[in-house]
Structure formats: structure tokens, C-alpha cells
Design a protein around this ligand. Structure first.
Ligand code: F6R
Length: 242
């Protein structure tokens, strides 16, 4: 991400929230402070936002982004975009969001986490593979996964605005990150399983430039690890990361 931003200061970044991203933003903030990583011309679009939460609500994703990234780097706040959680007219908010992405020239680099049921963004099972930004009802699995942050499952909203699978597939490059044992099963299905709208992350198999970054635990159920390791150790593309 830093490399791409240094090469193109006008980079349009697609961002995600959640526990996996916390360590990413920590590193990014460190690079900003210690190596002058410059965000002044960069634009950001987040994947999703809960319906009904104000940007100032500590559980909103706008608040999360302020806490973990926006307030620590030199991003121009006018260039940071998330769906507006309090919007009443869902269709108009979603169309406007898609339009803003288009007007910015499209997303250059999209960061993604993966939910336990395989969602990317809040594209829950059976999300159409060509879907655009819209409101999705959250599954019980997703609401449980995020309950700890709300203190109680009853407080987790039932709906969220989310970029669609089609919106995500239009980004020029994607990076999917997964860490820990709890992601091993779904990660293996997403990477090596058949493509299905039951697991939105499998749609990334269709993306021409998607990189999956995992720790050993999350990689635990993958089949072709010898092949992946060979590529990582031998292909010039990965030289800087070895
Ligand atoms: C959040 C998002 C979600 C998360 C996913 C993983 O903006 O888009 O798809 O990336 O639920 O969440 P964590 O990292 O908390 O396991």
C-alpha cells in the first residue's frame, strides 16, 4: 500500500474496518510518522457503514476510521468517504456513493478482510456477484462476530450499507487479509473452493489482480501451500517482502 501511494500520490484507496485492519493502520500510521508517507492527495472510500449510526457514534465505521487512521495521518477529511449511516433514502445514498467512486476515477487499491461466513464488505451469503452499493441485512453469524464491540448482540444493527461484490471487483487491485485460526476454514474455501455467491469472497477468484495475505494460522487449511511458498520465495514480484 505504501509503495503504491508513493508511486501515485493521487491513489484512490478502498478501506475496510475490523480487527484485522487495526494492525494494518498501526503500521501505516508509523510509516506516515517515521517515513513521511504522504496522504495529502489521496482519496479513500470505505467498504461499509452500519445503517442508523451517526458518524460520531463510537460504533460507527466513520468513528473507527477516525480513531485508527484519519486523525493520525495527513488525509484531507473532504477526501475520505463512507456511506452516511443516517441517510434515510437508501437508494439515493447508495447511488451517490457509487457515483462518488466513479468521479474519483475508481478504486486503485482495495483492502479487504473476510468474515467468518465469507463476506467481503458486508456482502452476506447470496449477494449477487455483480451487486453494487446497497443496504444488506446482516446474518446472525456476522452480528455475533461483531457483538463484542457493541457489548451486547441486541445493540448490533441489523443492516448496513455496503459496496457490492461488483463494486469490489472493479477495483484495480485487491488485497485480502486474514489472520488467526478462526479464519482458516473460510479462507481455504474462499481461495481454493468453487466460486459461489454463498461465499462472497470466492468472487475474488475472478479478480485479475488480487493478493491474499495471511499468517500461518489463517493459512492452516490451504491445500497448495508448497506452490504458494515457491512463488513467494522465487518470483521477483515478492522480492521486497522476503
Ligand atoms: C469491515 C468489513 C468486513 C470485515 C470482516 C472481518 O469494514 O468490510 O468484511 O473485514 O468482517 O472482520 P475482522 O477483521 O474483525 O475479523
Amino acid at each position: 500500500m505504501a509503495k503504491e501511494l508513493r508511486a501515485n500520490p493521487h491513489l484512490v484507496l478502498g478501506l475496510a474496518t475490523g480487527r484485522t485492519m487495526e494492525m494494518v493502520y498501526q503500521q501505516v500510521v508509523k510509516l506516515h510518522k517515521e517515513s513521511q508517507l504522504d496522504f495529502s492527495l489521496c482519496h479513500t472510500f470505505n467498504l461499509d457503514e452500519y445503517v442508523g449510526l451517526a458518524p460520531t457514534d463510537p460504533h460507527s465505521y466513520r468513528y473507527y476510521m477516525e480513531q485508527h487512521l484519519f486523525s493520525h495521518v495527513n488525509l484531507d477529511k473532504r477526501n475520505t468517504h463512507l456511506p452516511y449511516g443516517l441517510a434515510k433514502d437508501f437508494d439515493s445514498e447508495c447511488n451517490h456513493y457509487e457515483q462518488r467512486i466513479k468521479n474519483s476515477g475508481g478504486i486503485d487499491l482495495q483492502l479487504l478482510g473476510i468474515g467468518k461466513a465469507g463476506h467481503i464488505g458486508f456482502n452476506e451469503p447470496l449477494s449477487a456477484l455483480q451487486s453494487r452499493t446497497r443496504v444488506k441485512a446482516l446474518t446472525p453469524t456476522t452480528r455475533e462476530q461483531n457483538a463484542a464491540l457493541f457489548g451486547d448482540i441486541s445493540k448490533v444493527p441489523h443492516r448496513a450499507f455496503t459496496m457490492g461484490v461488483g463494486t469490489i471487483l472493479e477495483s484495480r487491485r485487491c488485497i485480502l487479509l486474514a489472520t488467526g485460526k478462526s479464519k482458516a476454514d473460510i479462507l481455504a474455501k474462499a481461495v481454493e473452493g468453487p466460486m459461489t455467491s454463498m461465499i462472497s469472497a470466492t468472487a475474488l477468484q475472478w479478480h485479475p489482480r488480487c493478493t491474499v495475505v495471511v499468517d500461518e494460522e489463517a493459512a492452516g487449511k490451504l491445500q497448495a501451500t508448497d506452490y504458494y511458498r515457491w512463488i513467494f520465495e522465487n518470483e521477483p514480484e515478492w522480492q521486497d517482502f522476503r
